[in-house]
Design a protein around this ligand. Structure first.
Ligand SMILES: Cc1ncc(COP(=O)(O)O)c(C=O)c1O
Length: 379
């Protein structure tokens, strides 16, 4: 099997798996119980919180464990919008966010009556910072911009956005979805008020996430309940899962630079070889991109047909973002980048890891050429 969909999810690290299994067995008690079993379980989770805080460079009380980045994004965005609504009801994001951000903003607009501006990008995946500056108003309360786009791989200038906020309306809260940057790129934690993370993108457990919320930011909780997670997320804590976040993160941060360099080599090699195939267009920009993601179009072909033909050869790729893969329309991201319809509707995404080898890539290229030769163009 050749797995080229690491952006969608990653295989579970075996060290994480075995420690998780023993936690489930030995530390099953409710972390809020007052007897020693509960206290021990809680202590493990709090140790994990302290380690995660240390690794991410924030305070322990700024780490909120969640069920994944979708929850972190919803909590950050709606929590902020509701908290600061008395200050203003204008919020800004981009049109290329992950669905858990984009649809939260749609909900803020359509259900809760907020005014939302969606920034588009140019064909190179760049947002126009002057446009952002001109959109900021006195009643703007929140800006949310992802760090690495999960479909195309462009990297947005988080530090520059923070400077714009500081120079225009410093009261604005700045949230960044850092899911595709964690364990891959240095994180500009100092520049943000809130940031979202997910464990299953870094060889950890599914249903496991973190929200950083700096203690200078207040949010309205989305799940009212007990005192768990600083009163921000009621419900019995998933202690074993939260405990595993620290180990997962430590393993992901180890050798980050070496993994980045390996992946960059893979990425540049694939780009060079794909461009030798007639009719292939690369949609990922050449500047400010994450080497872990590559989006390209086999113009004239239906990507779902190519995906299944490659699957028959045990090669796993993606069409667009997995969270929107069941919709039949053209990718919202490619559309917002201004990529033409014929290119956008034949786009595919491959994504790499430090585990990806040149041998795997060579096999993928052979099989892709074979599939392109045997399958008829559909468009
Ligand atoms: C950029 C980005 N944000 C958020 C998410 C959602 O993460 P999760 O699956 O942990 O909810 C994903 C993954 O699908 C993602 O790629």
């Amino acid at each position: 099997m050749i797995y080229l969909d690491y952006v969608s999810t990653t295989p579970l690290n075996t060290e994480v798996k075995s420690m998780y299994e023993s936690l489930l067995k030995d530390y099953f008690a409710n972390g809020d119980s007052l007897y020693s079993l509960g206290l021990q379980t809680n202590a493990l989770m709090e140790k994990s919180r302290a380690l995660v805080a240390q690794m991410l460079g924030v305070k322990q009380n700024e780490i909120i464990f969640t069920s994944g980045a979708s929850e972190s994004n919803n909590t950050a965005i709606k929590g902020c919008a509701f908290q600061y609504a008395n200050r203003g009801r204008h919020v800004i994001t981009t049109a290329v966010e992950h669905s858990s951000v984009y649809n939260t903003f749609i909900q803020l607009r359509d259900v809760f009556g907020f005014e939302v501006d969606f920034l588009k990008t140019n064909i190179y995946g760049e947002i126009n910072l002057n446009e952002l500056r001109s959109l900021i108003r006195q009643d703007t309360i929140l800006i949310s911009v992802m760090m690495v786009n999960n479909e195309v791989g462009m990297v947005f200038p988080i530090h520059e956005i923070r400077e714009i906020i500081n120079n225009t309306n410093p009261k604005i809260k700045f949230h960044v979805d850092m899911v595709q940057a964690l364990g891959k790129l240095p994180l500009p934690i100092a520049d943000v008020d809130l940031a979202s993370f997910s464990a299953h993108k870094i060889y950890g457990l599914k249903g496991s996430g973190v929200l950083i919320k700096k203690d200078t930011t207040t949010i309205v909780p989305l799940i009212s309940g007990g005192q768990q997670e600083f009163n921000l997320r009621g419900g019995t804590s998933n202690t074993a899962t939260h405990t595993m976040f620290a180990k997962t993160l430590r393993l992901a941060l180890e050798n980050q630079q070496a993994h980045y360099e390996h992946t960059m080599k893979i990425n540049l090699y694939v780009r060079q070889e794909l461009l030798k195939i007639p009719g292939i267009v690369i949609n990922t920009p050449e500047k400010a991109f994450s080497p872990y993601i590559l989006n390209f179009s086999c113009v004239g072909y239906k990507p779902e047909v190519l995906l299944h033909a490659l699957e028959a050869k045990e090669i796993y790729v993606s069409t667009k973002s997995t969270c929107s893969s069941h919709k039949n329309d053209v990718s919202r991201t490619l559309h917002a980048m201004g990529i033409s319809q014929d290119i956008a509707q034949s786009a595919m995404r491959i994504s790499f890891s430090h585990l990806t080898t040149i041998k795997e890539i060579d096999q993928f290229l052979i099989d892709l050429k074979d599939v392109l030769n045997t399958i008829k163009k559909q468009r």
